[in-house]
Design a protein around this ligand. Sequence first.
Ligand SMILES: C[S@@+](CC[C@H](N)C(=O)[O-])C[C@H]1O[C@@H](n2cnc3c(N)ncnc32)[C@H](O)[C@@H]1O
Length: 445
Amino acid sequence: MGDMSSRAHASSPQLEPGTTVELEVTGIAHGGVSVARHEGRVVFVADAIPGERVRARVTEARKKSFARATAVEVLDASPDRREHVWAEASVQRDPEHRAGGAEFGHIALARQRALKGQVLADAMQRFGGVQLTVENDAELEDTLAELVEAAPGDEEANGLGYRTRVRLHVDPETGAVGPYAARSRRVVPVASLPLADERIAQIAPLDETMPGVSTVDLVAPSADDPRMLLGLAGERGRAGEHDAVHELIEDRGFQVRAGGFWQVHREAPAVLFTAVRDAIDGLISAGRFDPAAGNLDLYGGAGLLAAAMAEAAGPGLKVTTVEAAPSATDDAAENLSELVGALALTARVDRHLAELLGAAAPVRERLRRGTVVLDPPRSGAGGAVTAQLVELAPANIVYVACDPVALARDTRSLREAGYELTGLRAFDIFPHTHHFESLAVFERA
Ligand SMILES: C[S@@+](CC[C@H](N)C(=O)[O-])C[C@H]1O[C@@H](n2cnc3c(N)ncnc32)[C@H](O)[C@@H]1O
């Protein structure tokens, strides 16, 4: 027995952190890593592309069911492999010193979108119980490649220069400024920020040392001067984070806090505004939208999506935005001030829904006729809020999601409660990363 295992060991090294193994990469997983197998065990491989053969360094092997590794050499390259858009994140570098935040930067843009489509379809099938149906496998590939829509201008710019918000970190020992390395908190000095808007690139203190500072947030609002918000070590706030800055979507102005939530891609606010407006337009055409009902914009931030609802439904729309951050609610109130029927509330969504569930029958009836738009943070609405939504039973739910697995889990709950998924779109508003945004429309049966 001992003999056999030592022979097995000699022909195929065990997966120990630090060892290097050759892997056939076959699929894509949620989280920006590819999937390979090593002696039956799943290995999640960073910086590879499905279809490639790579040599990879094992980084984690504690669990029996899976291990993690990072590509260090590409043995058979995919036709979609490109020179990394960020030299400091290249596969040629030692994995520990590769800059994080551009984990798809070595993949052709169209293939990035196809991989994201695959992740969404897999998540919807495994966790949502929804099968994307097409006639045959060849068509499925085309469908997935088209499922995730590019943002305007990204094809021309190769997906670069889009970020209007960037967070850098400061090395507490040396004061050096840079992004974290992938999967660690090591600060990696970089010469450039290729994903950032050029106004951010101009003010980024990449050559400076900043002792005593812990985070450097760079913000380039579309209708205001770019700025830098410094987070001091050991302190929570950042000077200037509550300053109002101005954003423009075509000719419509929005006020947001410099340190508050606003979509990161220059085109993302317009893309999501238009997508939600179109979804509401669809519900109006189907006779399913009641502008006078109890309509809600949950996790509403500065009111972007309530404004999109109003663009479709008209100025008579009744809508309440619910947002936990008081300063964002102030902005929402300002941004929706021309809508007489708009109300901006500061509240946690679960608490506010609990209150609504206890409301009098006529209020509940208005909510039942209403449409809920929700745009939760990465963790999704989650089981508790989804259960509250089901109990509230609005006519329609328009769910904007930045995590496909969280969306898929909530999709299962909604479908089990009698909602039909009638629309699904996805948007590549984070090129060169594994992130993307989805929009799902649910209608109560
Ligand atoms: C993804 S952002 C969406 C904002 C807005 N819809 C937009 O597109 O600009 C999520 C927002 O939810 C807020 N938030 C997070 N957890 C919350 C909760 N439990 N209740 C209410 N708001 C929450 C955050 O402050 C943030 O503004």
